[in-house]
Design a protein. Structure first.
Length: 427
């Protein structure tokens, strides 16, 4: 399936270039289709949403909107063990994100000047949650809980109906636990459009977050500016740094956990040990054979997977910072020594017993992460993602008089004489 190759060799360089370019291709046909959907929803509202729901989901739900009483009723059909696990995961996520909460602040000076910053949650946020074959209750928790902690005024969730026209009970349970206020059964680009523009029955939001297919991602990109969005998410990826002490069984399992996401997913091992890389190659063959999504896994690994061998861990760290992966595992004898050196990664998993799926579901750190190298400048979804800030100042007459000449000088230097005059008339 995969064979070890040298990081510094020609094969290694070609593979890395292929991985970097996998998310850069633009589908102009998708862009045009999405633009048409957005325009129709903007113009026709609910009727356009219904039309596209019939077309893409095959059925209209009996109720478009669900409230918390509906969520409560639907959650009763869920496996109690699933509910308990979901509640424990939510508790961990809540604990982690509560530490990110910010407060407004005010400072005073001896001359009577007051300055500060007001921090508050957005008025209304829309969360998109896939609800068909790829239904992820964990994403409900990861998106809604930070919004709740940020004290967002209202959390609206959009999720497509199942083939029978009914909502996914597991998603409803997660929404109930996470504190979602209202749910609309709609999916695709039309759902993003409805949230951004508002319709006769669907309120307009200030920000749209959450994963989706290429149509949802393209819609979010086209709607950015009218509303804020979390990020343009690309295919999932993992980079595993390992030394000779790592367990090849664990490493193979972690690579496979990402490869099963999508044929475009990237799973890379980078190690200083050729022997370890060869053992991982053997384990990939053995473990893939017994996994349900092996066809996707094989294609993903063949196109975007790699077992790279480098000379030193310093070289490995440098490569990791250059690639800026979404998920970065450090399976080394002393993983903590690398934490301060790994500057570009969405989320870092330290040691042999901190596998990436632990972060996906349970540990508490957010699993909405920058992809495609954007961890160089983007951060994971957080409470900050749902906040807005305003600064304020208060000057006394005396304080303005003391600063006035400097302000006038600066304004005149920029040729903005009306700015200077605004100060001058007060002096």
């Amino acid at each position: 399936m995969l064979k070890p190759i040298e990081l510094s060799g020609k094969e290694g360089r070609e593979l890395l270039e292929q991985i970097r370019q996998r998310g850069e291709e633009k589908d102009q046909l998708v862009d045009a289709r999405v633009a048409k959907i957005l325009e129709q929803v903007k113009t026709r509202g609910d009727s356009a949403v219904d039309e596209y729901t019939r077309q893409f989901d095959g059925v209209l739900p009996e109720k478009r909107e669900l409230n918390r009483d509906d969520m409560q009723e639907l959650a009763k059909s869920c496996d109690p063990q699933f509910i308990s696990a979901l509640e424990r995961a939510a508790s961990n996520i809540r604990d982690f994100h509560q530490r990110q909460a910010q407060q407004s602040w005010l400072t005073t000076r001896v001359d009577g000047v007051l300055m500060g910053q007001r921090v508050r949650g957005l008025q209304r946020v829309g969360i998109y949650v896939p609800g068909g074959t790829a239904a992820y209750p964990s994403s409900v928790l990861m998106n809604a809980i930070p919004a709740k902690i940020a004290q967002v005024g209202e959390i609206i969730m959009a999720t497509p109906p199942q083939k029978d026209g009914k909502p996914n009970p597991n998603i409803m349970a997660a929404a109930l636990i996470a504190g979602v206020d209202r749910i609309f059964l709609m999916g695709g680009a039309q759902a993003a459009a409805a949230l951004a523009y508002g319709t006769q029955t669907i309120p307009r939001v200030d920000k749209i977050v959450g994963p989706g297919n290429i149509y949802v991602a393209t819609a979010k990109k086209q709607l950015y500016g009218l509303v804020d969005i979390d990020m343009i998410a690309g295919p999932s990826e993992i980079l595993v740094l390992a030394d000779e002490t790592a367990n090849p069984v664990y490493l193979a399992a972690d690579l496979l956990s990402q490869a099963e996401h999508d044929v475009l997913a990237s799973a890379i091992l980078l190690t200083t040990s050729l022997e370890l890389a060869q053992k991982v190659a053997n384990e990939l063959e053995k473990q893939t054979a017994r996994l349900e999504r092996k066809e996707i896994i094989v294609q993903s690994l063949q196109n975007y997977g790699a077992l790279l061998v480098c000379d030193t861990m310093q070289e490995a760290v440098s490569f990791a910072n250059s690639l800026a992966p979404e998920h970065l595992e450090v399976c080394c004898e002393n993983p903590m020594e690398f934490l301060g050196k790994l500057d570009n990664a969405g989320s870092v998993f330290l040691g042999n017993y901190s596998p990436e799926p632990l972060g996906d579901y349970y540990a508490g750190a957010n699993h909405v992460l920058p992809t495609g190298g954007t961890a160089r400048f983007f951060s994971p979804l957080s409470v900050d993602s749902f906040l807005k800030k305003s600064s304020f100042i208060y000057y006394t007459k005396e304080a303005l008089s003391a600063a006035g000449d400097d302000v006038i000088t600066l304004a005149n230097a920029e040729g903005l004489t009306a700015h200077a005059n605004s100060i001058q008339v007060r002096m």
